[in-house]
Design a protein. Structure first.
Length: 551
C-alpha cells in the first residue's frame, strides 16, 4: 500500500495535481473485498453531495423504466437494441411513448455512466458497464495467451506494436463467454468509440496512403522507444515546440488526443524487423503527415503533464502553424467534455533544438505576445525569439482584422460557449434537458426555461428589451432575458463588428451575468474564467469567419 502511495505521489508531483487526490483505497482487479468498496461508497456519497448534479430532478417514470431494464440485466441481457428499449419503455407501469424522451433517458444514463449508449450505434446499448469492462479486458489485459505457442509471434507483435492481427483477435474472442463472443462486432465498434482501438490511415514509404486493415490498441504499445523510433526519421528543419502544460494529464487523454488526430491525418510509418509497415503511433506519441503538405510532419508527444507539438520539415519552409495551435485547443476542449473534466493548462513555447524531455526552457506564450525576448540556453542568446513567435503566433492575419471585428468575434464566442453553457446548466438543474448540450442553442434553451416558468424576471413578465431590465434586477430570470437579448444583438450585427464603447458595456454585462449564473448554478468560477480566457485570447481570421458565418 505504501509503495503504491509513493508511486501515486511521484506521478502527481505538483500541488495543483495533488488536489485531485482525495484519499487512497486499495482494490484488486481480480479479488474484490466488500470492505474497501464500502469505504469508497461512503466517500463517494460525501463527494456526490457536493456536486452540482446532486438532487437534480428527474421524471419519476424514468425510475420505473430503469427498474424494468434492471430485470433484463438480471436475466442476463446485457446488450439491448434501442428498438427493444423503446418497446419496453412503452410497456412499463408508467409508460413512455415519446421516442425523444427515451433518447433523453439514454443520453442522461450514458452521461452518468449507468449505460453505454451512442446514437450511431442504436443496436448496441450496453446495460451493464461492468460487462463491457470485462469484454474490453479480454483484449487489453489478455496476458493469458502468453503460453499459447501457436500464437506466440503474433502475440509478441501485439505487445510491442499494438497491432491486433485477425488471428490474434479470433483467439482472444474464442475463449470468452458466449455473450461476449456473440457481440464481437458491437464490442469492437464500442471500443473504437471509446478510443481504445483504432484503424489508422498510414502513409507508406512509397507515399501511398492505406487504411490499416488491423486494429491497433495504442494504450498497449510500449513507449520507451521514443528516441529510437524518432531517430529513424530524417528532416532538414524543425519548428519550435508548442507545449501545453496541464495541471493534470491522465494518460487516456493523450491516447484519445492522438486517436482524434489519426482520424484526420495519415500516420507516418517505419518498416519494422518483420518487413511490415508499422505506424509511428504509440500510447504517448505519434507522428502524422500534415494534410496537403507531403514534406511536413507533425509530432505530438506527451511528457509528464505536458503535451508537446513540433513540425518536422523536409525543406526549410517558413510558415505559421497557429492554426495547429487553435486546433489542438479545440480538440482538448472537446475531450474535456467527453471525459467530463475541466482541463486547465498553460500554453508555452520552447526552442526547436531542445529535446522533448527538456522542459526547463519553456516560456509562456503571452511573453512572446508582449514581445519579451526569449533567452535560449542552447543558442546562448535571444535570436530564437522571432522564429518562435512566427511559428505559433499569428501575426500577418491579425492585421487584416479590425478591432471592431475582433470585438464582435469575441462576444459571439462568449455567447455561443459560455452563456449557452450557463443556460444549459440552469435547465439541467431545474429539470432534465431532452437534448444534449451540443444540440442546444440559446433560443431553444430560452424557450424551455420560459415554458417552465420557474424564474420570472423582476418586472413580472417575459420578453421585452434590454432597457426594461435595470442594473439592480439580479434574479435568475433577469439574466436569462439578458442572455437572450445579448445573443439577439450579436445575431443582428450588420456588419459583424462592435464599436469600442458598446464593447465595453457588453464586456461588463457578460462578466456580471457570468458571475451571477455561476453562483446560482454552483459552477465555482467556470463561466467567469471562460469569459476571461476568450477576452484575452487572440482572434484568428478563421475564428472570425466561423463566428461571422454562424450569425
Ligand atoms: Zn534556441
Amino acid at each position: 500500500m505504501n509503495n503504491l502511495k509513493t508511486e501515486i505521489k511521484e506521478a502527481v508531483e505538483n500541488k495543483e495535481t495533488m488536489k485531485h487526490v482525495l484519499n487512497y483505497y486499495l482494490v484488486s482487479n481480480k479479488y474484490d473485498a466488500d470492505t474497501e468498496f464500502e469505504q469508497i461508497r461512503k466517500q463517494l456519497l460525501i463527494t456526490a453531495q457536493k456536486t452540482t448534479s446532486w438532487n437534480e430532478t428527474r421524471p419519476v417514470r424514468w425510475i420505473y423504466l430503469e427498474k424494468t431494464l434492471l430485470e433484463e440485466i438480471n436475466i442476463g441481457e446485457f446488450v439491448l437494441s434501442k428498438a427493444k428499449i423503446l418497446e419496453i419503455a412503452a410497456n412499463t407501469n408508467q409508460p413512455i411513448s415519446d421516442p425523444d424522451e427515451v433518447e433523453a433517458f439514454l443520453g442522461y444514463y450514458h452521461r452518468i455512466g449507468t449505460y453505454a449508449y451512442f446514437k450511431d450505434l442504436p443496436d448496441c446499448v450496453v446495460m451493464l458497464p461492468q460487462w463491457l469492462a470485462n469484454a474490453f479486458r479480454c483484449i487489453v489485459f489478455a496476458d493469458i495467451f502468453q503460453d499459447d505457442v501457436s500464437i506466440i509471434t503474433e502475440w509478441n507483435q501485439f505487445r510491442t506494436t499494438g497491432r491486433l492481427s485477425e488471428n490474434c483477435l479470433d483467439r482472444l474472442f474464442s475463449c470468452q463467454s458466449v455473450e461476449i463472443k456473440e457481440h464481437r462486432d458491437q464490442i469492437l465498434a464500442l471500443m473504437e468509440k471509446f478510443d481504445i482501438i483504432v484503424r489508422p490511415k498510414i502513409k507508406l514509404e512509397s507515399n501511398e496512403i492505406v487504411q490499416e486493415s488491423h486494429y491497433f490498441v495504442p494504450c498497449m504499445t510500449r513507449t520507451e522507444d521514443f528516441a529510437k523510433v524518432i531517430g529513424l526519421f530524417k528532416c532538414e528543419s524543425k519548428s519550435s515546440w508548442l507545449c501545453l502544460e496541464l495541471e493534470f494529464l491522465p494518460p487516456p487523454l493523450t491516447t484519445s488526443l492522438l486517436i482524434a488526430y489519426s482520424r484526420e491525418l495519415a500516420v507516418a510509418s517505419v518498416v519494422d524487423s518483420t518487413g511490415d509497415n508499422g505506424p509511428v503511433f504509440y500510447s504517448n506519441f505519434a507522428l502524422f503527415y500534415l494534410k496537403d503538405a507531403e514534406d511536413e510532419m507533425l509530432l505530438i508527444a506527451a511528457h509528464k503533464n505536458i503535451i508537446q507539438m513540433q513540425v518536422w520539415k523536409r525543406g526549410h519552409i517558413k510558415r505559421s502553424y497557429s492554426s495547429l495551435r487553435q486546433k489542438i485547443n479545440e480538440c482538448i476542449h472537446r475531450l474535456g467534455r467527453f471525459f467530463q473534466m475541466k482541463l486547465c493548462y498553460k500554453t508555452k513555447l520552447k526552442c526547436s533544438a531542445l529535446s522533448l524531455t527538456d522542459c526547463s526552457g519553456m516560456e509562456d506564450i503571452d511573453k512572446f505576445k508582449e514581445e519579451t525576448q526569449y533567452f535560449c540556453k542552447i543558442h546562448s542568446g535571444f535570436r530564437c525569439t522571432n522564429e518562435m513567435s512566427s511559428d505559433w503566433i499569428e501575426t500577418t492575419l491579425k492585421q487584416t482584422l479590425t478591432k471592431e471585428q475582433i470585438n464582435a468575434s469575441r462576444m459571439s464566442m462568449i455567447t455561443r460557449d459560455v452563456l449557452t453553457d450557463a443556460l444549459y446548466d440552469r435547465l439541467a438543474m431545474d429539470s432534465t434537458p431532452f437534448r444534449s448540450r451540443t444540440e442546444c442553442d440559446i433560443p431553444y434553451l430560452y424557450a424551455e426555461l420560459r415554458r417552465q416558468n420557474r424564474h420570472m424576471p423582476t418586472k413580472g413578465s417575459w420578453g421585452g428589451s434590454l432597457t426594461d431590465i435595470k442594473d439592480k434586477h439580479k434574479k435568475i430570470g433577469d439574466d436569462i432575458e439578458r442572455i437572450r437579448l445579448i445573443q439577439s444583438e450579436i445575431l443582428h450585427l450588420s456588419p459583424f463588428a462592435i464599436n469600442s464603447s458598446r464593447y465595453t458595456d457588453l464586456c461588463r454585462l457578460v462578466r456580471d451575468v457570468a458571475k451571477r449564473m455561476e453562483l446560482n448554478n454552483n459552477k465555482n468560477t467556470d463561466y467567469t474564467n471562460d469569459v476571461k480566457d476568450i477576452l484575452q485570447q487572440g482572434v484568428s481570421h478563421k475564428q472570425f469567419e466561423e463566428q461571422e458565418k454562424r450569425n
